[in-house]
Design a protein. Structure first.
Ligand SMILES: Nc1nc2c(ncn2[C@@H]2O[C@H](COP(=O)(O)OP(=O)(O)OP(=O)(O)O)[C@@H](O)[C@H]2O)c(=O)[nH]1
Ligand SMILES: C=C(OP(=O)(O)O)C(=O)O
Length: 216
């Protein structure tokens, strides 16, 4: 079974605002892009993935992620995350209606292709399914079988909303890299401890061993 991945990414200058006490405004857009590059590269390297679409209006991110092999779907301006995902799913389904669809956050810099394959194999058994994030409050991945609506309800506390919507919560062992989203400095340290991809490794290097510098 080959999956279509839909990855949302908001404009880099506004992204990852909760990293403000770890990385200043000069470093945050580069970090957000690096997270997305490592996420997209790992998804494209996953044997269970047929195609990857990134929903974004960011020109720089669009160029860089297209260079990796992602399809870029323009965002719905001002609509927000869940409409962006529903729109992205509809666009990709026009090309591959036979493929199951998975929404995946763009902030998974430790993502490993083999762990993503295990999560998708488990998701393939259900009409709709999701994986909780490392904090056990949110969601990093939501799936829908062919012909089923995705019905995304991402945002703070989304684990409970996705469960209440009838999606099956996936509980495979050993998939920490698919759960480890990065919202805060503590999340970034946890991702670095798991082992991040090359873009995040480089983008996070200036943060190592020193306090954040205001304005950077
Ligand atoms: N296309 C699109 N993606 C979005 C939008 N809002 C959030 N996202 C993406 O959705 C995913 C989950 O969002 P968050 O974890 O809150 O990331 P964020 O909004 O950059 O982080 P904060 O600024 O700290 O809230 C990330 O991949 C974001 O880039 C949106 O309006 N459009
Ligand atoms: C997008 C989500 O939340 P956060 O912004 O906390 O990553 C979510 O978990 O659905």
């Amino acid at each position: 079974m080959q999956w279509t991945m839909v990855i949302p990414l908001k404009p880099l200058t506004r992204a990852k605002s909760r990293l403000a006490d770890t990385a200043g405004a000069g470093l945050r857009p580069g970090l957000a892009l690096a997270f997305a590059q490592d996420t997209v590269a790992a998804a494209l390297a996953c044997t269970a993935v047929g195609d990857v679409a990134v929903v974004t209006d960011d020109a720089v991110a669009g160029r860089e992620l297209a260079a990796l092999g992602a399809r870029i779907v323009p965002d719905l301006p001002g609509a927000g995350l869940n409409p962006a995902l529903a729109h992205g799913a509809a666009v990709v389904r026009a090309s591959h209606p036979e493929r199951p669809v998975a929404a995946l956050n763009a902030d998974l810099p430790a993502l490993r292709p083999d762990e993503l394959a295990r999560v998708l194999a488990s998701a393939g058994e259900f009409p709709r399914a999701f994986l909780a994030d490392a904090a056990a409050l949110g969601t990093t991945l939501l799936t829908a079988a062919p012909g089923r609506e995705l019905l995304p309800a991402f945002g703070p506390g989304s684990r409970e909303r996705h469960r209440a919507s009838g999606a099956v919560e996936l509980t495979p062992a050993g998939v920490d890299s698919v759960r480890q989203d990065v919202d805060t400095g503590a999340d970034l340290r946890a991702a670095l401890a798991l082992g991040v991809g090359p873009w995040t490794e480089a983008a996070a290097a200036p943060l190592a061993g020193r306090a954040p510098v205001p304005g950077q």
